[in-house]
Design a protein around this ligand. Structure first.
Ligand SMILES: NC(=O)c1ccc[n+]([C@@H]2O[C@H](COP(=O)([O-])OP(=O)(O)OC[C@H]3O[C@@H](n4cnc5c(N)ncnc54)[C@H](OP(=O)(O)O)[C@@H]3O)[C@@H](O)[C@H]2O)c1
Length: 305
């Protein structure tokens, strides 16, 4: 059977790099780039135009992907708040261009949404909950999700929160914990900020399974346990044998200097577990995989980008 081709937008980012490098016999991948013109192992990389539908149509005609996974975005909450029109352009307008061109060419489109769509007053929210974002990042990500599902009800929107290995220019949350403690620096972790993180390895394989089963609409693809940032950090430190005395517990509720965020980002992953008839996002198993990714040199490939 011919291999399918996946085009990742946002190819230099944390998500696309960790996902595109996963061993996958069934797929060829292309990393679509913007400003950072990186080269990665044996992957095909290409600067792509998402500024207009016509521009992205030309990209599709050239690359001929079967699936587009839209990872490009302005994911920094502070940057979105500082420049809402830039956040709207990157998160909404570019997503609409990419989705519109995919619809025209009959290509399967996966939008990477977020867990930042709610007020944070309720834990483990399902896909049916009415969103009420509290900042520009959440508002623009939600607007994009609505618009792409209006373009086609066959598209997939994945609400998530992930970690993996970052290149030098983009540290992940787990990188921040591991690197600082290894360098004997303290790390400050919130005990009152909750989420349901998933390792990109499991996120990537799970989304590809959803695509292969023709899933559409909104799916939460997250870890199966609601934990605080400090509990997550402690579990990472345990598995990596890090000095936990360097973990300083702090309170998100005391950080009035930060842009407003929901203090509980946790999402329920019941729908995806039921659809795939299996468990998704076991936190300890994911941390074990993160550990193995370092042992087997996977992390090195990304750190050397
Ligand atoms: N990080 C998380 O835990 C998290 C959680 C939930 C959802 N998400 C969503 O997941 C997606 C990927 O996140 P990430 O953490 O991998 O992001 P990231 O590491 O910040 O990477 C963002 C990517 O978007 C590209 N990009 C930014 N502005 C662009 C523009 N104007 N035109 C074209 N490309 C542009 C960047 O390329 P250049 O650097 O070359 O500009 C980069 O490749 C985002 O949509 C984010 O909202 C992230």
């Amino acid at each position: 059977m011919a291999k399918k081709k996946i085009l990742f937008t946002g190819g230099s980012g944390l998500l696309a790099l960790n996902w595109a490098l996963l061993p996958a016999d069934a797929y060829d991948v292309v990393l679509g780039l913007h400003k950072k013109n990186i080269s990665v192992n044996n992957l095909v990389t290409m600067i792509i135009d998402m500024e207009t539908i016509t521009g992205f149509s030309a990209v599709l005609e050239n690359i001929k992907p079967d699936i587009v996974i839209h990872c490009a975005g302005l994911a920094n909450v502070e940057a979105c708040e500082a420049d809402p029109s830039m956040a709207y352009h990157v998160n909404v307008e570019l997503s609409v261009n990419v989705a519109g061109a995919c619809k025209m060419h009959g290509i399967h489109f996966v939008y990477i949404s977020t867990d930042h769509l709610f007020s944070g007053k309720k834990a483990l929210v399902s896909e049916d909950e009415i969103p009420s974002p509290v900042n520009e990042y959440g508002k623009t990500k939600l607007e994009a999700e609505k618009k792409i599902l209006e373009i086609s009800d066959r598209f997939l929107s994945i609400r998530t929160n992930f970690y993996g290995w970052g290149p030098a220019y983009r540290q992940s949350f787990s990188d921040m914990i591991i690197t600082n403690i290894r360098n004997k620096k303290p790390v400050s972790l919130f005990e009152d900020f909750y989420y349901t993180p998933i390792l990109i390895e499991e996120l990537g394989y799970t989304v590809m399974e959803l695509v292969s089963k023709h899933a559409n609409g909104i799916f939460n693809v997250t870890g199966n346990e609601r934990i605080s940032k400090s509990v997550f950090g402690n579990r990472v430190a345990d598995r990596f044998g890090l000095d936990k005395s360097l973990i300083r517990i702090s309170k998100f509720s005391e950080r009035k200097d930060l842009v407003k965020r929901p203090a509980d980002l946790s999402l329920s992953n019941k729908k995806v577990c039921t659809f795939l008839n299996r468990e998704v996002g076991n936190i300890d198993a994911n941390i074990e995989k993160l550990f193995l990714q370092e042992k087997t040199g996977f992390s090195n490939i990304i750190q050397n980008v």
